[in-house]
Every structure is written in structure tokens, then in C-alpha cells.
Design a protein around this ligand. Structure first.
Ligand SMILES: Cc1cc2nc3c(=O)[nH]c(=O)nc-3n(C[C@H](O)[C@H](O)[C@H](O)COP(=O)(O)OP(=O)(O)OC[C@H]3O[C@@H](n4cnc5c(N)ncnc54)[C@H](O)[C@@H]3O)c2cc1C
Length: 376
């Protein structure tokens, strides 16, 4: 039997408090394509972002706790995707720095990440490169005592709002990671695509951007190790966001089904409707149990349990899509109204199956590993 510890429960309460405070203006916040100031203030005052930074640099624990981060994201996403993204990206955007930065660079940026005085970004994707990151064409060259970055990055969360971007580059025959400050000369940012689920997105152009060698993250040519470490901690937390979203959708449809009558009965007493609700409840609970377990495994040994994080992400994000769709069906025509909460959840569920490992890509790598190593 798996349950959350008293510490995790306490954290969940704090996160639910922030989610409740954002709920009254979540519609507005989720339309924002820049940082919503009130969301930032509430998140900062909560101290929650300290959970995505190591204790030595203003964070909460020496080693990041994926279960703690998962519990927080589950609560935040039930209220607002903007809130969830603002919290989650502080960790996703800064983890290569935590794992591979120099002391000086970490001491400069990480306390500001923890206090939300600096916004973090992770720049991997390019206009022509998505899942196949080994094909990136942004380059890093060493020129005397400077590193020079040239190329373009696309669909970057917090693009334009971030104070720094941990950036994946091609360096000779290998791949490296470098921190580029948001105000570095030669870096320009255009607004990103207008998504069905609005998001802070930017298109980044690096035109001879120069940074000191101290901005290198990890060893030259070892960027994939840093990215794997990031995914090992954070992939399961996207799964947790999906659980929070699915629960919110189920709550919307249950409230509707309890309050509406057809054929002389509440919808909850019509067989097909009650079956849908029960199926969704089952899906939410199963996803939550798996996510908590995968997050607890990741806490013990992140890299050793990346497969479970991938499975949890596939399962929870696909389950969330099914639950939201069923919830809309349960609400009949009222599920189709623009501006309703269920419509926002429907739109917000969609990107979860694409970013931080699209479902098919994760299944593909799980299948290869299963064929090679068998079941554990
Ligand atoms: C809201 C949002 C925020 C984002 N934020 C960031 C960010 O902060 N930083 C960043 O770097 N990127 C970011 N991205 C980009 C995201 O990481 C990419 O969208 C993702 O990696 C998938 O790449 P793609 O969209 O180019 O799809 P593609 O790689 O072109 O894939 C298209 C389809 O083909 C499938 N496919 C691809 N390869 C395989 C394979 N080997 N086997 C089976 N199927 C496959 C995919 O599953 C998908 O269904 C963001 C995207 C979104 C939507």
C-alpha cells in the first residue's frame, strides 16, 4: 500500500492553497503568453519553487525529490496550466545548471530561480528538429576565451520571459549544453506560435552570441547525460500534472451529472453516464497510484527508473485525454461551451502528450528496452 508521507501531505496542502488562490482568475492566467504577475507573486510567496533547487543554493532539499514536485504539480495543474508551467519550468529549465554548472554560475542563478526572481528556460527544440535531438544544428565554437553560439531554437517555454536558457548545441562531433543569459548580445526572441492552449512561447535566434567558458554546463560533448538527468527527475512530474487535470475534469462532469436530470432521473443514475464517471474515476486513481510510485522510485534512483517515469507519463497523459473527453460527453452541449472550465481543460490536456517526450517516442524507446532487457 502506497501513501504520501505527512511531509508530502503538508506540501500538497500548500500547493492546493496556491491553486485555490489562482482559481478565480485561472481563465485569464491560462490565456497569458507572458508571465502573469499575480500568479508569479502567489507562487513566489508560497516558497514552492524552492523544491526545484538544491538546498545549497536556496532550495529545500540536498537532492531534488520528484515525488514532492509531482504532488505540487498535480495540485497546481488542477487549477491552471499557466501556474503549473511557471512552477515546473523553474526546475526543468534550471536542472542542467544544478547538475552541471560551475559553483559561481549556480550561486549566481539558482537562489533567484528558487525565489522566482529569475525565470528559467530550456532550449532544445529547433524549427526543423523535435523528437530527434541528435539532429540539432545550433553550434557552439570556442573562440579564444569565449564560447560562441549560433543557430535557432523554437517553441521554447518562457521564451522572451526567461532570464537564462540552458541551450543544447552541437560542438564538433558531440552535443554540449551552455547557459545563455536572456539579455546576451546577439540573442533575439520573437513571440512563439499561438497555441490552442496558450503558453509562454518564444522563437530564439542566436547570432554570434558570446559567453564566458564558465557558462558551459557539464563536460563538452556530454549534453545528453544532463538531459537524461533532467528527464529522470521531471518527466514523472508532467504525469502528475496530467493526473491533476484529469481529476479536475472528472469533478466538473460529476457536479454536472449530479445536478442535471433527464428522463426523470439525475444523469448519475443513467447507466451509460454512471459507467463513464466510474471509468474516469478508475483511470484517475490508477494513474495517480502509478505516478506516485514512479516518482518515489525516481526519488531513490532517478536514472535507474527512467522507464517507470516514461510509462507513468504515457499512461497518465493518455488517461487524462480520455477522462476529459468522457467528461465533455457527460456534459452534453454544456461541455462544448467556449470559456467553460471543461473547454479549458480539454485544450490544456492536449500538449501534455507532446512535450517532454511524445507518447509514441516514449513507447518506441520502452519497446526497444523491453525487447533487449526483458521485464524487470
Ligand atoms: C506547449 C509546448 C511547450 C514546449 N516547450 C519546449 C521547451 O521549453 N523547450 C524545448 O526545447 N522544446 C519545447 N517544446 C517542444 C517539444 O519538446 C516538441 O514539440 C517535442 O519534442 C516533439 O517534437 P515535434 O513537435 O517536433 O514533433 P516530431 O518530433 O516531429 O514528432 C511528430 C510525431 O511523430 C512521432 N514520432 C517522432 N519520432 C518518432 C519515433 N522515433 N517513433 C515513433 N513516433 C515518432 C511523435 O510522437 C509525434 O506524434 C514545447 C512544445 C509544446 C507543445
Amino acid at each position: 500500500m502506497f501513501d504520501l508521507s505527512p511531509e508530502h501531505r503538508k506540501l500538497q496542502e500548500i500547493a492546493r492553497g496556491v491553486a485555490d488562490a489562482v482559481a478565480p482568475f485561472a481563465d485569464e492566467a491560462d490565456e497569458y503568453t507572458e508571465v502573469h504577475p499575480e500568479v508569479r507573486r502567489l507562487l513566489r510567496d508560497s516558497g514552492l519553487a524552492r523544491h526545484v533547487v538544491p538546498a545549497a543554493y536556496g532550495g529545500e532539499s540536498d537532492v531534488l525529490d520528484p515525488l514532492a514536485i509531482a504532488v505540487v504539480r498535480e495540485a497546481l495543474m488542477a487549477s491552471s496550466a499557466h501556474l503549473d508551467s511557471l512552477f515546473g519550468m523553474q526546475g526543468v529549465g534550471s536542472y542542467s545548471l544544478s547538475a552541471g554548472g560551475t559553483e559561481e554560475l549556480k550561486a549566481h542563478w539558482l537562489p533567484k530561480v528558487a525565489s522566482l526572481d529569475a525565470i528559467a528556460g530550456l532550449a532544445l527544440t529547433e524549427p526543423d528538429v523535435g523528437s530527434d535531438l541528435r539532429a540539432v544544428s545550433t553550434t557552439l565554437t570556442v573562440d579564444g576565451d569565449e564560447l560562441v553560439v549560433d543557430g535557432r531554437k523554437s517553441f521554447i517555454t518562457n521564451g522572451g520571459a526567461a532570464d537564462f536558457y540552458c541551450t543544447l548545441v552541437r560542438e564538433g562531433e558531440g552535443w554540449s549544453m551552455v547557459l545563455v543569459p536572456g539579455d546576451a548580445p546577439g540573442l533575439s526572441v520573437e513571440p512563439g506560435a499561438d497555441l490552442i492552449a496558450p503558453h509562454i512561447l518564444g522563437e530564439l535566434s542566436f547570432d554570434g552570441v558570446r559567453v564566458p567558458p564558465s557558462h558551459r554546463l557539464g563536460e563538452p560533448g556530454k549534453a545528453f547525460s544532463l538531459m537524461l538527468q533532467t528527464l529522470a527527475v521531471f518527466r514523472v512530474t508532467v504525469a502528475a500534472s496530467a493526473v491533476g487535470l484529469a481529476q479536475a475534469a472528472l469533478e466538473e462532469s460529476l457536479a454536472h451529472a449530479q445536478s442535471r436530470e433527464q428522463f426523470g432521473k439525475p444523469l448519475t443514475e443513467l447507466g451509460a453516464v454512471s459507467q463513464k464517471l466510474a471509468q474516469s474515476w478508475t483511470d484517475v486513481e490508477a494513474a495517480r497510484a502509478f505516478v506516485y510510485r514512479a516518482a518515489a522510485l525516481a526519488q531513490a534512483d532517478p536514472l535507474g527508473h527512467l522507464d517507470y517515469s516514461s510509462m507513468a507519463k504515457v499512461h497518465a497523459t493518455e488517461a487524462a485525454a480520455a477522462v476529459v473527453d468522457r467528461s465533455m460527453q457527460t456534459m452534453g452541449r454544456f461541455g462544448l461551451v467556449r470559456g467553460s472550465k471543461i473547454e479549458r481543460l480539454y485544450r490544456n490536456a492536449r500538449p501534455l502528450r507532446v512535450y517532454e517526450g511524445a507518447t509514441e517516442v516514449l513507447l518506441d524507446s520502452l519497446a526497444r528496452r523491453m525487447a533487449k532487457k526483458g521485464l524487470r
